[in-house]
Design a protein around this ligand. Sequence first.
Ligand code: COA
Length: 332
Amino acid sequence: MTTLTVRRGPEFSRILGLGVARGERVVPNEELIGPIDSSDEWIRKMTGIATRVRANPETGVIDLAEGAARQAIDNAGIDAQEIDAVLLSTITYPHITPGGAPVLADRLGLTSAAFDISAACAGYCYGIGQADAMVRAGTARNVLVVGAEKMSDWVDPTDRSISYLLGDGAGAVVVGASDTPGIGPTVWGSDGSGAPLIRQTASWTELRDNRDLPFPTLFQEGPSVFKWASFKMGPVALEAVEAAGVTPADIKAFIPHQANVRIIDQMVKQIGLPDTVVVAKDIADSGNTSAASIPLATERLYRDGLVTSGDLALQIGFGAGLVYAAQVVVLP
Ligand SMILES: CC(C)(COP(=O)(O)OP(=O)(O)OC[C@H]1O[C@@H](n2cnc3c(N)ncnc32)[C@H](O)[C@@H]1OP(=O)(O)O)[C@@H](O)C(=O)NCCC(=O)NCCS
């Protein structure tokens, strides 16, 4: 029988470089509280958010993604042409088709493989898991993973369930070959029975068939999501630590999806992270930027001098689907 040739990649992969782009406008709580009958005090106390960043009307998801991607490629020290795949994690690219990834690749002068990942706030960690596997399987030499969102396009300013939480931005990394392990096993999964908990208010076909419906925006059943994230995600993060063959004491930084400071604090307790671990709380200034929140929070830790290249970081993304993914990575 004829035997197929298969590719094999390097034994290990790692993150080679990080880049970010934030929305241009800093939006304080005061700007949003009127239509939702809320207060600066309530939002700070219940979510930890003081401001969020939002993009100007003329700035699109791909603009944010391109800014972050160019910086990541520069920081990785590779030529863009050495990228064999572009993965764009987003839920806010405003086209059913084509995907945003080929458009982003073209902007970067690439004709590599390119596809979108729709895994909401877990999208970045899904991308890292996928990129790690692609590099080690020899499918791609280097993979550009971008989490980019313009959440502000999809909020109803009168909806007090979610609108005030969301911000815009993008974070990107290049994943490539490594001589030593740089990305631990990805622990991931889903619970589709929770699909209605974070959803678009109406589908496009419902809107087509009933033009009296308001334009679809994001909605969430906050308390149920809060419970799920607070009590189910800690064990997932701990599983990722164990799968990587390390202990919580070996972790330098915990970089969870930035959904709510109270969820983050609850996860820290559940994982049993010692006080020595730096906990990312970029949500205070950036809000919830969905797939972009983990790389944005990572960049913030570097900027604040709290992490350095070679540190171990535990990252976990979770959100609409419901979906989640976690892994321990060596910071670039
Ligand atoms: C959204 C969230 C902050 C709301 O907090 P909560 O404590 O669950 O709020 P509840 O809906 O139970 O409401 C509690 C009280 O606050 C009020 N409230 C709700 N939203 C409010 C708002 N935006 N502003 C002011 N008050 C609000 C309610 O009316 C209620 O008042 P009452 O006690 O007088 O009846 C919280 O549920 C949350 O963070 N959920 C997870 C969000 C998330 O992470 N989503 C993305 C996942 S990727």
